[in-house]
Design a protein around this ligand. Structure first.
Ligand SMILES: *[C@@H]1O[C@H](CO)[C@@H](O)[C@H](O)[C@H]1NC(C)=O
Ligand SMILES: *[C@@H]1O[C@H](CO)[C@@H](O)[C@H](O)[C@H]1NC(C)=O
Ligand SMILES: *[C@@H]1O[C@H](CO)[C@@H](O)[C@H](O)[C@H]1NC(C)=O
Ligand SMILES: *[C@@H]1O[C@H](CO)[C@@H](O)[C@H](O)[C@H]1NC(C)=O
Ligand SMILES: *[C@@H]1O[C@H](CO)[C@@H](O)[C@H](O)[C@H]1NC(C)=O
Ligand SMILES: *[C@@H]1O[C@H](CO)[C@@H](O)[C@H](O)[C@H]1NC(C)=O
Ligand SMILES: *[C@@H]1O[C@H](CO)[C@@H](O)[C@H](O)[C@H]1NC(C)=O
Ligand SMILES: *[C@@H]1O[C@H](CO)[C@@H](O)[C@H](O)[C@H]1NC(C)=O
Ligand SMILES: *[C@@H]1O[C@H](CO)[C@@H](O)[C@H](O)[C@H]1NC(C)=O
Ligand SMILES: *[C@@H]1O[C@H](CO)[C@@H](O)[C@H](O)[C@H]1NC(C)=O
Ligand SMILES: *[C@@H]1O[C@H](CO)[C@@H](O)[C@H](O)[C@H]1NC(C)=O
Length: 272
């Protein structure tokens, strides 16, 4: 079984004499300046966000896909780019391939003038390649439906006026500055931690409804790092690809694809 793939690939190489010629070169292939668009298809749902490596267009029939696992993006019915992770959906508002940052908006808050965040942001724990850029992104902690709160807070901290329920109030704080005067966890029904742009935090805290809504609609930024297993392939000008059914890594190089680690490995591979 394990021999099956190498054999297929050897056959593949024999069918392409140009590759054999390349393999004669002293240290393998000369690195190529391939851009992701050369090797992997890009896609645009219609909102101007270009889906390109290491992201890939997940149209369910794509296998093997060129990109990182969990970086599959789909299109919403209204042509917006979306990222689905476990049970959460995010709108992808912007991808900057040079700074390697992606801007996401939680679908639960999108287009809602009084958004009630429902889930903690768990992206970075679900997808290890996504990282939290401390300088641009901040966390807010929401306490919903609190039956007790210090009277002074009614003046000093804006309660979220559109989320008042009977006598109960809801509050938002910067996650690293939650006032400790009362046991929020005990007196509030729900606690949710979410992320916003650092530049939107003051607005969220200082104006009672529109501010936090604006901050949430503005989304938050995440960085991505390269997948450790892909580095050799990427550094040699290739692009990583995965088969949906297996965890085996493929390296897509100019004119050739294989289970080697890097584009210059295929002559080593021939000797096996
Ligand atoms: C490859 O990129 C380098 C640096 O970006 C450039 O100097 C070189 O001309 C490029 N080669 C090709 C074949 O495009
Ligand atoms: C899925 O995407 C690939 C690559 O963009 C494309 O070749 C294929 O036709 C698409 N399939 C469907 C069903 O949209
Ligand atoms: C691709 O999209 C389908 C349907 O939305 C989803 O079930 C699947 O998990 C996605 N695959 C990846 C690898 O993101
Ligand atoms: C989505 O894109 C398709 C194809 O480009 C287009 O026909 C359709 O009208 C768009 N739908 C919306 C809601 O913009
Ligand atoms: C990516 O970010 C850099 C630095 O902030 C900026 O100069 C560049 O214009 C951005 N590119 C895109 C496509 O937004
Ligand atoms: C969010 O995480 C906190 C722990 O940081 C937990 O107490 C809370 O129940 C979580 N909220 C939701 C909605 O899962
Ligand atoms: C970002 O902040 C978190 C929590 O304060 C910290 O654990 C982490 O090391 C910081 N990361 C960077 C890159 O500074
Ligand atoms: C915000 O929350 C995320 C997810 O829990 C965490 O990884 C990150 O370090 C937090 N950022 C700051 C600045 O505390
Ligand atoms: C107020 O909060 C308490 C405790 O969280 C809850 O039992 C009660 O149902 C809430 N009342 C309203 C009107 O939301
Ligand atoms: C909050 O909203 C109420 C009316 O909805 C307004 O009277 C009050 O001044 C606002 N407070 C702040 C801090 O914006
Ligand atoms: C993946 O596995 C499913 C079910 O096991 C099978 O129907 C499908 O053909 C496989 N796809 C590929 C590309 O191997």
């Amino acid at each position: 079984m394990s021999r099956q793939k190498p054999l297929q690939l050897q056959l593949h190489l024999l069918l392409f004499p140009s590759l054999i010629l390349l393999s004669v070169g002293a240290n393998g292939v000369t690195p190529v300046n391939s851009t992701s668009s050369d090797l992997c298809p890009s896609y645009d749902c219609g909102d101007g966000v270009v889906i390109s490596y290491p992201f890939w267009y997940n149209n369910t029939s794509t296998s093997p896909y060129c990109g990182y696992p969990s970086f599959g993006l789909s299109c919403s019915p209204d042509n917006e780019t979306i990222l689905r992770l476990s049970s959460d959906t995010y709108y992808v508002k912007h991808i900057n391939y040079s700074t390697k940052t992606v801007t996401l908006v939680d679908a639960d808050v999108m287009g809602n003038s009084c958004p009630r965040v429902r889930h903690n942001i768990s992206l970075t724990s679900l997808v290890p390649q996504l990282r939290y850029p401390n300088y641009t992104t901040s966390n807010l902690t929401f306490f919903f439906c609190c039956s007790r709160f210090p009277q002074a807070y009614l003046n000093n901290y804006a309660s979220l006026s559109c989320l008042i329920s009977g006598q109960n109030q809801s509050y938002v704080f910067s996650s690293d500055a939650i006032p400790e005067t009362i046991d929020w966890y005990r007196y509030c029904k729900d606690k949710v931690v979410t992320s916003v742009m650092r530049s939107a935090v003051l607005d969220a805290l200082l104006s009672n409804t529109s501010g936090f809504s604006r901050a949430l609609q503005g989304g938050f930024e995440l960085d991505w790092g390269s997948l450790v297993d892909c580095r050799a392939c990427e550094n040699s000008g290739g692009r990583c690809a995965y088969n949906t059914n297996s965890t085996k890594l493929l390296c897509i190089c100019k004119d050739k694809t294989g289970i080697w680690k890097r584009c210059s490995d295929f002559n080593i591979f021939l000797e096996n």
